[in-house]
Design a protein around this ligand. Structure first.
Ligand code: GUN
Length: 289
């Protein structure tokens, strides 16, 4: 069997062009542009890289961006105060607090203090709850949305398909499982306590893995022709590794995403799309007032 490699970089590049065109149209029409504010607390090197990448992508697409740096000694109250300032700031459309936060900060309190209409990460319960209840909402997790976009573009019919989602994080596993169910897939949620992962995986037409354990899955564990989405990221000896041993899946999987170059590039472009959405939402709100 021929395995198709899903090129996330190519899909993301096409979406970048679409977003850049839309931002330019806004600039011509409104004389303004969407603006994202990113709060980075402390000096975690991985977070610094992620924030820099987001900032560069904003610059590339014409989205305005502000990075607010807070010291790693900041308190929950201080971060929330900054969020509330940004909630009130009419020039800011999207707010993102880079996770993880230093241990002394209550992450839930901070993410729940973001105005749901500016919550471009989709972490606020008003947005996550709508996804759970099957109500069309404003924002969903960028990685989950990116995964769904990659699956959509393969043309794979999810109706009735058995999908194994590995990992129950609120950023990837849980939202993606809800989105797959909305497409009429039968979803098997697997996690660290799952006893018979191998047996469950063998039944799966689609596998979405978001754990962060290199080589968790190999070719002998998957169903012939399966669509494999690898959203795991680990650092192994200076390289990035996914959850899937891609080599052993070649010739057995129908489709597979590489790491890097699969799901990763999709997350950031979905964030940019959410910034556009936030801009339109706030334009509507202001027009209605
Ligand atoms: N840290 C790692 N991934 C994410 C993400 O999607 N959003 C935020 N805010 N922080 C992250």
């Amino acid at each position: 069997m021929q395995t198709n490699i899903i090129n996330g970089r190519e899909v993301a590049a096409a979406l970048q062009q679409e977003v850049a065109r839309e931002v330019e149209a806004i600039r011509v029409r409104d004389g303004s542009a969407p603006k994202l504010a990113v709060i980075l607390v402390g000096e975690d090197p991985a977070s610094q890289i992620y924030v820099r990448n987001k900032s560069r992508m904003c610059g590339k697409l014409g989205i305005l961006q502000d990075t607010i740096l807070l010291p790693d000694t900041a308190t929950t109250g201080q971060v929330m105060q900054k969020v509330e300032e940004l909630n009130r700031d009419k020039s800011v459309n999207g707010i993102l607090v880079q996770l993880p936060l230093p241990g002394q900060i209550d992450e839930n309190k901070v993410t729940q203090s973001i105005d749901p209409l500016k919550d471009v990460d989709g972490f606020h319960i008003a947005n996550a709850g709508k996804l759970l209840m099957g109500i069309d909402g404003e924002f969903v997790s960028c990685t989950a949305e990116g995964i769904m976009e990659l699956i959509r573009r393969t043309g794979y019919d999810l109706d009735g398909a058995v999908c194994a989602v590995i990992g129950r994080s609120s950023t990837v596993g849980r939202p993606v499982s809800m989105m797959l169910q909305r497409q009429n897939a039968t979803v098997i949620m697997c996690h660290s306590h799952t006893r018979n992962l191998k047996e469950l995986l063998r039944q799966a037409d689609v596998v979405v893995s978001a754990v962060g354990k290199p080589d968790l899955i190999d070719g002998s564990m998957i169903k012939e022709g399966a669509l494999i989405i690898d959203a795991g990221i680990s650092r192994v000896g200076g390289h990035l590794a996914g959850d899937v041993d891609m080599q052993s899946c070649m010739g057995r999987a129908g489709y597979i995403t590489p790491v890097p170059g699969g799901v990763g590039p999709m997350t950031i472009i979905m964030l940019m799309k959410n910034c556009l959405k936030a801009y339109y939402l706030q334009q509507q709100m202001q027009a209605g007032q």
